[in-house]
Write a protein that binds this ligand. Sequence first.
Ligand code: EPS
Length: 382
Amino acid sequence: MRYTTAGESHGRALVAVLTDVPAGVPVDRVAIDDDLARRQRGYGRGGRMAIEHDSATVLSGIRFGRTLGSPVALLIENRDAPNWHEAMDPWGTGEGVERVTAPRPGHADLPGCQRTGSADARDILERASARETAARVAAGAVAKALLAELGVTVRSWVERIGPSTTGPLAPEAVDGAVVEESDVRCPDPQVADAMRAAIDAARSDGESLGGVFAVTADGLVPGIGGYAEATARLDARLAAAVMSVPAIKGVEIGDGFACACRPGSAVHDEIVLDARGVLRRSTNRAGGIEGGMTNGEPLVLRAAMKPIPTLMRPLATVDLATGEVADAARERSDVCAVPAAAVVAEAEVALVLADAYQDLLGRGCLADMQRALDAYRARIAW
Ligand code: EPS
């Protein structure tokens, strides 16, 4: 399955369209809206989150709670839109609407204006805004529904916000219920306190903060992805998908960058037969991927998010209208959106995994995919 989205941050609505969706997948509307709510939560979010109560309306592709095999279109209304009617009017003249001409360092503002020839960074920032990721989360919830039927679950947690970190955690050491209760998605309550304090300090300093989150998937069969073609490699597909989330500057799988400074014997995971006679690994430094394919261990992916570029104590810029030195534009924004980005990355990971499962098991309907999965498991035998 593949998706595209449409919508500006302060336009009427966001839309996600998913194509190549297998028929017969049970989809729970509550699960979609739960994921949308999880994306909205998080200590350090801005005023917009008090306005929005994101909920997906199904426009097509789902009937009686099951996918039809036709494109699934999902609509999320922007409750803030009426406050921006003049600024975003598709048919207005724009007269009297203030332009954004002081591009923010680190934002899409300047390269976007250069690319498009626009003299108003609002033309760019409306779409570059992470508001768009709500549509991705709705699409990702459909991918998660397919994966659940294939025995795969995707979850996330936050390991670092600014200076406060737990260090890397293994999936089995992370209690999912604790993460879901935490407003910073951190499983360690003491580190979570330090994260909140760091966000408070950043807010009062007019600063913003980034961090590191982990996404993991359990229940994967070996061999998902591919080694024969560059475009089939699962690690490459996952990295591209997660890097497409605004503000993500780095992605690693398993021990990632740390592997570069260890000898091979301290990097690779020995192959063992477990008590049930299943081929496993004694460790999971590879993060569940070898040679561009799953190896049957949990997928472990980490991503680094930079601090949001909108600063209430702004950096210097050049005003595009006057050529004069200026303070960068201030827009209402978040101090920290790392917990939200983790939920968005879950969606991206789910969409890639669902598509890679379809590559192996077929694309027509869920029942055929499940039969193919049973046969595949039986053939692997161990
Ligand atoms: C966001 C909505 C936005 C911001 C944030 C993410 O709302 P507004 O711009 O109306 O305050 O809170 O946007 C950004 C971080 C960004 O880079 O633009 C959301 O729904 O996630």
